[in-house]
Design a protein around this ligand. Structure first.
Ligand SMILES: [Zn+2]
Length: 150
């Protein structure tokens, strides 16, 4: 199916993130000095930094997190999304700490809840030479959670 949605605007500072997605790797920035994780690029808030983000390195991350906030879109605001409604757009706190926003797929919108464990899904879109990150319920993490419950 042809890609008729807006093409993500890849700013230079996030190019390695998008390149990583093409290889189905979820990269975040990790501080070389203290190990804190960041996304998008910023200066580490824990200490003095080297110039030009020299203290941060793109590092493979889990691609897992939990939903902090979400909404269910039932009326498409653009024609390109009319076949997708209803869909869930969520704010996700990654296991490493940074927040990212994306669509939650592979589940009924009504089954989504706050704190739901999710994991990244890579959708390759050859038409635009990009891989778009979506998120889906992380059933393995949910099972772990259940085991912890009496
Ligand atoms: Zn640091």
């Amino acid at each position: 199916m042809a890609w008729n949605k807006p093409i993500p605007n890849v700013e230079k500072a996030l190019k390695p993130f998008w390149e990583g997605l093409k290889n189905h790797r979820f990269l975040l920035l990790k501080c070389n000095e203290c190990g804190a994780w960041y996304w998008p690029a910023t200066y580490c808030r824990n200490h003095r930094n080297k110039p030009f983000f020299g203290s941060l390195s793109w590092t493979g991350a889990s691609g897992q997190g939990k939903i902090v906030s979400y909404n269910i879109t039932r009326v498409a605001m653009r024609p390109a999304f009319k076949d997708d409604v209803p869909y869930v757009y969520a704010l996700i706190q990654l296991s490493e700490g940074p927040m990212i926003s994306s669509n939650i797929i592979n589940c009924a919108p009504e089954s989504v809840y706050i704190d739901m464990p999710v994991r990244v899904v890579y959708r390759d879109v050859p038409e635009i030479s990009m891989t778009i990150p979506y998120f889906e319920p992380d059933t393995a993490a949910k099972d772990m959670h259940r085991r912890g419950q009496p």
